[in-house]
Design a protein around this ligand. Structure first.
Ligand code: NAD
Length: 249
């Protein structure tokens, strides 16, 4: 168990990658606080982790709300006494071309994908400093590394997550806090199912990857576990693609 004694917050843990990340961290011995705007979903995931012998609680959380972040952090510290790991995973996709993007759509994707990461780090880092260190993993995308077609706002949001991670890595390394970003490629989750299940889209995806398949959420979770664990003790400020080789091309 690589996460024994650690306390982790995972946002967007009701579905897809967040669910697998929370489950794996718990399996490895972490006490996990699962948050999601969809409370029923995240409560069910926490319950199944408990049934498997893990230590987990669920909290309803809109990651774009600063008040909600205050509550999540207070409840985590109240329940478990400290915070060692933060996984900023919650996010929304927006496959809308730049010229068709309304200001409301732009603000929505920026609030949920970027402001969330800023608020999470702002509220959690003081507790990590008090505890002697920590590891923050921010989920970006291959869209945060290269220009994705037909998704200008989403691409901008994921690029911002990447640079915000590096800025925080530089500022808080002195306090033993590591901050890294993970960049999933084409991963099969509820968010991507409409694309992955379309034969033409799937063919396009497979033309982009080196490994001839889409990825599983559990494969992204393994990368998150590595960065969260002490095995990554000298790794900070990096961008880790988990993309089957898309960005190698
Ligand atoms: P998903 O839609 O399956 O799960 C996302 C979860 O986030 C859901 O449970 C949802 O309720 C929650 N959520 C949405 N808005 C929220 C909010 N305002 N506050 C709190 N929770 C909220 O998505 P996924 O595919 O698992 O994606 C997880 C992350 O990975 C996202 O940041 C996404 O942008 C990124 N990503 C996904 C892919 C992919 O192929 N699926 C690729 C690259 C990056």
């Amino acid at each position: 168990t690589r996460m024994n004694g650690k306390v982790a917050i995972v946002t967007g843990a009701g579905s897809g990658m967040g669910l697998e990340e929370a489950r794996l961290l718990a399996q490895e011995g972490a006490k996990v606080v699962l948050t999601d705007i969809n409370f029923d979903a995240v409560q069910a995931v926490a319950k199944s982790i408990q049934e498997d012998g893990g230590d987990a609680i669920a909290i309803k959380h809109d990651v774009a709300s600063e008040d909600n972040w205050s509550e999540v952090v207070a409840e985590t510290v109240n329940q478990y006494g400290k915070i060692d790991v933060l996984v900023n995973n919650a996010g929304i996709s927006m496959a809308v071309g730049l010229l068709d993007t309304s200001i409301d759509q732009w603000n929505r994707v920026m609030n949920i994908n970027v402001t969330s990461v800023f608020l999470g780090m702002k509220h959690v880092i003081p507790h990590m400093v008090a505890g002697g260190g920590g590891s923050i993993i921010n989920i970006s995308s291959i869209a945060g590394l290269t220009g994705s077609s037909g998704a200008g706002a989403y691409t901008a949001s994921k690029g911002a997550v990447r640079m915000l991670s590096k800025a925080a890595a530089v500022d808080f390394g002195g306090q033993n806090i590591r901050v890294n970003s993970v960049h999933p490629g084409f991963i099969s989750t509820p968010m991507s199912s409409q694309f992955v299940e379309d034969p033409q889209m799937l063919q396009f995806f497979l033309s982009q990857t080196a490994l001839p398949r889409v990825g599983q959420a559990s494969e992204v979770a393994q990368a998150v576990l590595f960065l969260a664990s002490d095995e990554a003790s000298y790794v900070t400020g990096v961008e880790l693609p988990v993309d089957g080789g898309v960005t190698a091309k």
